[in-house]
Design a binder for this molecule. Structure first.
Ligand SMILES: *[C@@H]1O[C@H](CO)[C@@H](O)[C@H](O)[C@H]1NC(C)=O
Ligand SMILES: *[C@@H]1O[C@H](CO)[C@@H](O)[C@H](O)[C@H]1NC(C)=O
Ligand SMILES: *[C@@H]1O[C@H](CO)[C@@H](O)[C@H](O)[C@H]1NC(C)=O
Length: 441
């Protein structure tokens, strides 16, 4: 079989294989072969003979290990692209893992794995399969996949992986630990827009929402994580999630006493679900979302949740403000009007006032963390139009602002002595000043 030359002739087959995997990891739908074929000259288009010595078959383990160029993996392995290092990594696929970690561990080889010899034989067979089909440099992905499927060497696509994971998650045979680890795998996969949408079409979203309702807090935590990642910057999935009752479920979990780690993940999911989605924001308000958050705020001594909540409120206020000013829309056309109309139905300001947020947010200034205080100041400024009367009569807020300004001005002074400019502390002083100006008017 003829294949295009890649960086290393012997590795061509493997590069093609991995290419499909990487292409699916990056969510590209483009012709896979385009990304594989490197180098130009026709003379480089050599006939690939599979030399057994050129392939090194990596035996995956339970831990991720980095794949080098020219290394092959057995079918069923889980290959991923580590986005931080740009390296491909492999470990046992779920099936293999299950088999491996159960009773067969010591007694047998992994059944679902092709042995190195089998793999090499299969590689060799590739030559006989379709000697004349490769006439173009740019073979359609489907064609490549067919070839690999025939060889039983197809690295699973994300769709297949997700299907398998969901089946296993839904199976009464899976243990709690297996199901929890499946959720983490899914969380990794749904960062991609396509994968998150496939999760919905495969019925997985409902499984996740149901699992949020689990009495085991580990399921609540991990399901909220999957949900939050799936809806992040993914409008279609945001819509599906609200339709499937995810928001009510998240609020229910938030409203009942939970470990901090669950609450953090659930807040993350709520914030992601509401972002740039006025319909969900309205829903959130009408289902008592601000009430739930205020109870959470009052109960949080450490300030970790308080800061996240205040940041979320700040984001919602400024998002609405930005839209009403025409901010994100370059052309003020019909869709802009529609957006403005939708946001105008989000009665955020009135609700914030009603639920006592004008008096709650100042409490975050009592934190000792600079970052928390900064978030509080920004939110206080954003809320100033509706909260001024409250601010003016809040003695402890006035006291906090005075003492914080002294404290930060002092820090700015000492920084100037060591020659730093435009410091973070100067920014905080500016926020305090801006707030005081508003309050004096
Ligand atoms: C659970 O395992 C048993 C035996 O291993 C099998 O017969 C059954 O079909 C499995 N059920 C599911 C839902 O996978
Ligand atoms: C989960 O299993 C149930 C029955 O066992 C089935 O009705 C449902 O379609 C399954 N859901 C998914 C997403 O596989
Ligand atoms: C959540 O679980 C409880 C029982 O644990 C059940 O009564 C309730 O109907 C479930 N809620 C949803 C929305 O599935």
């Amino acid at each position: 079989m003829k294949l295009m030359s890649c960086s290393a002739a012997g590795a061509a087959v493997l590069l093609l294989l991995h290419c499909c995997q990487i292409a699916s990891i990056l969510g590209q739908k483009s012709d896979c072969a385009l990304t594989v074929v490197e180098g130009g000259g026709a003379d480089e288009e050599a006939e690939l003979t599979v030399d057994e010595g050129d392939f090194e078959v990596v035996q995956p383990t339970e831990d991720w290990q980095t794949l080098k160029a020219g290394q092959a993996v057995p079918a069923g392995s889980h290959v991923r692209l580590n986005l931080q290092t740009g390296q491909r990594e492999v470990r046992l696929g779920e099936e293999q893992l299950k088999y491996w970690t159960q009773e067969h561990r010591e007694t047998e080889e992994i059944r679902s794995t092709i042995s190195p010899d089998e793999l090499k034989r299969a590689m060799k067979k590739m030559e006989d399969l379709s000697p004349d089909t490769v006439t173009s440099r740019y073979r359609p992905l489907e064609e490549l996949k067919r070839d690999f499927a025939q060889l039983d060497l197809l690295v699973e696509t994300d769709v297949q992986i997700m299907k398998r994971l969901l089946d296993q998650f839904n199976s009464s045979n899976s243990t709690t630990e297996q199901r929890l680890s499946i959720l983490l795998e899914l969380e990794y996969l749904v960062h991609q827009v396509d994968n998150a949408q496939n999760l919905c079409s495969m019925g997985g979203l409902q499984l996740i929402v149901d699992s949020l309702n689990s009495t085991d807090f580990r399921f609540q935590e991990s399901s909220a994580f999957v949900l939050g990642s799936a809806v992040s910057s993914n409008p279609q999935v945001q819509v599906k999630a609200v339709e499937s009752g995810a928001l009510q479920m998240l609020l229910t979990v938030l409203a009942t006493a939970q470990p901090l780690r669950v609450q953090k993940k659930v807040l993350f999911a709520v914030a992601s679900l509401l972002r740039n989605f006025p319909y969900a924001q309205r829903h959130f308000l009408s289902h008592g979302g601000l009430q739930v958050l205020s109870e959470l705020f009052r109960a949080d001594g450490g300030g970790v949740l308080r800061t996240r909540i205040v940041t979320m409120l700040y984001d919602m206020i400024s998002e609405k403000e930005l839209i009403s000013q025409g901010g994100l829309d370059l052309v003020l056309d019909a869709s802009h009007e529609e957006r403005v109309r939708q946001y105008s139905k989000v009665s955020l300001q009135g609700e914030l006032l009603d639920k006592g947020w004008c008096n709650l947010v100042p409490q975050l200034l009592e934190s000792t963390e600079h970052d928390y205080r900064e978030k509080a100041l920004r939110a206080l400024l954003a809320m100033a139009p509706m909260c001024l009367d409250h601010y003016r009569s809040d003695r402890s807020l006035l006291g906090s602002l005075l003492s914080l300004r002294d404290q930060y001005q002092e820090m700015v002074q000492s920084e100037m002595i060591v020659g730093e400019e435009n410091s973070y502390f100067a920014e905080i002083v500016e926020l305090i000043n801006a707030l005081q100006v508003k309050m004096m008017r």
